[in-house]
Design a protein. Structure first.
Length: 562
């Protein structure tokens, strides 16, 4: 039965284009997309949006999606980045068509097509330095100046280009330029550079090449060679599209298959920087501990922090595909991860900043098992038992000597319930020489056990706790947003580093956890009751457990900034 029209999810503008192409049998009604990262850094949440879009469209329309590395600049590329990108794509839940592709797979063909352009009088070798070429391009309102080498004879251009390929000239001494229109209102059409000389070993081709193609030249041709039908780019490439089409026009016959470039808005996220250069600055300056620091917006950082693939895909779906740039509130990303972790993360007892609590009328050397539900959102999650005894740990913030009126936690002569256990009454406390509370003394009523006791008094506060003798020690890293400004890179007169959040990481080393957490493994995710969602860090090991806070239980930033 067909879904009623009113219940169908509306198509975004890219889906509308694709469905029109399918109906008109353009390119044989095929849908073939590609994700083309440069292997010169780690992918971030903006790339994740592009991954979800490209691979998601291929899945929706039973098409294909290629993973293609734009490896045209050997001075900045490393296999480390290639491997990390492949891991990120697979972690998000996607598989690419065939083996990964590389722009370097096409270097021979791109070179032959460059020869073709020279023979057609559409390309020439320019001896001028890059700085002068840039100056001669003019401005959007002033035509460019033609190079004195623009009208070199074809044979001379062929000889010089071949000599460039053989490595006979130093870096920067010559380039190959397309001959288009130095008066074009589109600056990218003013005789753009197609090849530059780079005497550098390539991570795949070694020292075979001394010249490397520019992205604008390699992009469309690589799409064509792979059979790509819809080449999705972010909006900054909109002005490059005429050049994309111009290069294709030189090699494709009228009426035959050709790819189409379509632009969409990139992801801009509040309280975040998305520039790869700025992210590299954070790493190089030691502001963060590497590309996978949990405060980084890289996919590796989000994964280490405890974000799930499902939450990132849900976020990408929520923000949709726009034609114009806008900024998305990072709170929406955090909401998406909370929503997913709420469904899948077991609830556990963990005390981040412990203070000892002694139940003076509980029998010494006695413990009992308290049964707790693992996840009320997951009926299949079951329950577990944790020990309860005379000495416990509770959160230091859950006790105040002189509390305000609406403080519903523990205080002298006040009662609270210990989660899953008993109601306790605070009788006294001890402090050290600095006035800091060291021990809290309480009594309990054995008839008030949760669910089974004959007395179920109504108390306003319920506290989480951990039994002291069986507690497991752990280090807990409380990660927060790296910047305290919504647009740290948007201030013309201030460096983005000036807006770093000094509280983006707080490390607690004396945390106490329930005993079942002694055997956790890296990547496992939990909800620490009343505190937030946490993930076991990759450096965690038995005897030195490390947990990273993924997100608090609620968005505290909204309250702070309103």
């Amino acid at each position: 039965m067909e879904t009623p029209e009113k219940d169908k999810k509306s198509l975004n503008f890219i889906e509308t284009i694709i469905e029109e192409d399918i109906q008109t049998r353009k390119n044989e009604a095929r849908v073939h997309t590609r994700f083309p990262p440069e292997p010169n850094g780690y992918l971030h949440i903006g790339h994740a949006k592009s991954i979800c879009l490209n691979f998601g469209l291929a899945e929706k329309y039973q098409g294909k999606c290629n993973l293609r590395f734009d490896d045209t600049n050997p001075t900045k590329e490393e296999m480390e980045y290639v491997d990390s990108i492949k891991e990120d794509v697979q972690w998000l839940g996607f598989e690419w068509n065939e083996e990964p592709f590389f722009a370097s797979d096409y270097f021979d063909q791109l070179y032959e097509w460059a020869i073709l352009l020279i023979k057609k009088g559409k390309a020439y070798v320019d001896d001028q330095p890059q700085e002068l070429i840039s100056q001669q391009r003019g401005t959007p309102t002033r035509p460019g100046i033609e190079s004195p080498f623009r009208n070199r004879p074809v044979e001379q251009n062929l000889d010089l280009f071949e000599a460039m390929k053989r490595g006979e000239f130093p870096n920067g001494s010559k380039v190959l330029r397309a001959k288009i229109d130095m008066a074009s209102p589109n600056m990218h059409m003013r005789d753009p550079v197609m090849y530059r000389i780079l005497h550098a070993d390539h991570h795949r081709t070694g020292n075979k090449w001394s010249i490397y193609p520019m992205y604008d030249y390699a992009h469309g041709q690589s799409d064509y060679l792979e059979g790509i039908t819809h080449s999705l780019c972010t909006l900054e490439f909109e002005v490059h599209r005429p050049l994309y089409d111009w290069f294709l026009n030189q090699i494709i016959e009228e009426g035959s298959y050709r790819p189409r470039q379509i632009e969409f808005a990139r992801l801009n996220l509040s309280y975040t920087v998305m520039s790869k250069r700025k992210l590299l600055d954070l790493v190089k300056n030691g502001v963060v501990n590497g590309w996978d620091d949990p405060r980084m917006p890289t996919i590796a950082g989000l994964r280490r922090r405890g974000y799930t693939p499902a939450s990132i895909r849900a976020f990408a779906d929520r923000i949709g595909v726009a034609k114009r740039d806008n900024t998305i509130d990072v709170g929406l990303l955090e909401f998406s991860v909370r929503e997913d972790l709420n469904k899948i993360a077991p609830r556990v007892m963990a005390v981040v900043d412990p203070v000892k609590l002694v139940i003076t009328n509980y029998p010494e050397n006695q413990t009992e098992a308290i049964e707790l539900i693992n996840n009320p959102e997951d009926p299949e999650a079951g329950s577990r038992e944790i020990p309860f005894g005379r000495e416990l740990y509770i959160e230091r913030d859950d006790f105040m000597i002189d509390p305000p009126k609406k403080f519903f936690r523990l205080a002298p002569d006040k009662e609270v319930r210990l989660k899953g256990a008993y109601v306790i009454h605070c009788d006294s406390y001890e402090t050290d020489e600095n006035g800091e509370v060291t021990t809290i003394y309480c009594t309990y009523d054995p008839e008030t056990k949760s669910g089974t006791g004959t007395k179920q008094p109504k108390v306003k506060g319920t506290l989480h706790w951990v039994e002291a003798k069986t507690a497991v020690d752990a280090e807990v890293r409380l990660y927060d947003r790296l910047f305290n400004d919504e647009d740290p890179a948007g201030h013309k007169d201030q460096d983005f580093m000036e807006f770093l959040n000094p509280d983006s990481l707080q490390i607690k080393t004396a945390c106490k956890l329930e005993p079942m957490l002694a055997d956790v493994t890296a990547g496992e995710k939990f909800q620490f009751q009343r505190i937030g969602y946490f993930c076991v860090d990759k450096d965690s090991m038995p005897g030195h457990l490390i947990f990273n806070r993924t997100v608090p239980l609620r968005d505290n930033w909204t309250k702070m900034n309103n």
